[in-house]
Design a binder for this molecule. Structure first.
Ligand code: PLP
Length: 272
């Protein structure tokens, strides 16, 4: 993988994942503030109305990756963002069989995007559009069931001594829980666990290998549950001394089956 440009090199400046330091990082050549909320892996939630106020005072548009909510749980344009980007690959299609992206923008930014497919020559196929439109018919029922399953899985994981931290913005212990509850209709199926002290990356790998119902995969948002050993991809904050981490996507399987599977896999690596 290419190393990410660091602050002061190239044209990208990274801010903290909760955007609390954005104002101090704005430069004369800043053209766009691009954010993701909740942030991948750790689910930091941005105070978007506050961020947009700061950005707009400097005449800078705000673009947000809204794949987590896929437009169902969160409406960034209503909160002040100019551009919302969604990987339709995930919840909108919902069946892990399409790769597609969606850009939603306000009237002012739309004019910049209008000519883009023609200028760059990219387009999307009718079959892929059909699959996403078909998937969207069940978006609400899938998202509601996934949230219910995820809540149940999180409640179970909280009882396990092998796990130190659960990163899930619905938990009151999550650092940005209040903003999440204010601005989001609910949670999707993403969560990350950090194992307790003494557990190694090898334990985390053994744990995920022992899972029967969780596939190993990065592209979440389908019907199926996934688990991957991961490291938070952060440059403005150091997470290298923490972990090991496993990221989950909770799917549409029976929650009790998932819980039993997680339980037997944790038993295999437990130090208790
Ligand atoms: C997966 C993902 C993307 C990109 O999705 P693809 O359609 O697979 O390229 C973008 N943003 C977030 C937050 C994602 O999780």
């Amino acid at each position: 993988m290419q190393p990410l440009p660091q602050q002061g090199q190239g044209d990208v400046t990274f801010c903290k994942a909760d955007c609390s330091d954005v104002e101090s990082l704005i430069q004369p050549n800043t053209k766009l503030i691009l954010v993701e909320s909740p942030g991948s892996i750790l689910y930091e939630v941005i105070d978007l109305p506050k961020l947009c106020k700061i950005a707009h005072a400097h005449n800078i548009p705000v673009a947000i990756d809204n794949t987590y909510s896929s437009g169902y749980l969160y409406n960034p344009l209503k909160l002040g963002a100019d551009i919302s980007v969604i990987a339709a690959t995930k919840y909108l299609s919902g069946h892990s069989d399409v790769t597609m992206g969606v850009v939603v923008c306000n009237e002012k930014e739309w004019k910049n995007f209008d000519k883009l497919p023609e200028a760059l020559g990219f387009t999307t196929s009718p079959d892929d559009c059909y699959l996403v439109l078909r998937g969207m018919r069940t978006l609400a029922v899938r998202m509601n069931q996934i949230e219910k399953n995820t809540d149940e899985v999180v409640a179970y994981l909280q009882t396990r001594p092998e796990i130190k931290t659960i990163f899930y913005p619905k938990l009151p212990t999550h650092p940005n829980h209040d903003i999440f509850m204010r601005d989001y209709k609910g949670a999707s199926g993403m969560l990350t666990i950090e194992f307790a002290d003494g557990y190694t990356k090898e334990d985390a790998v053994k744990f995920t290998d022992a899972l029967k119902y969780f596939a190993c995969g990065a592209s979440w948002g389908g019907y199926e549950s996934l688990a991957t050993v991961t490291v938070p991809p952060r440059t403005a904050t150091d997470w290298s001394k923490r972990g090991p981490f496993v990221r989950f996507h909770i799917g549409l399987e029976d929650a009790q089956d998932l819980i039993e599977d997680l339980g037997q896999a944790l038993d295999k690596i437990s130090h208790k």
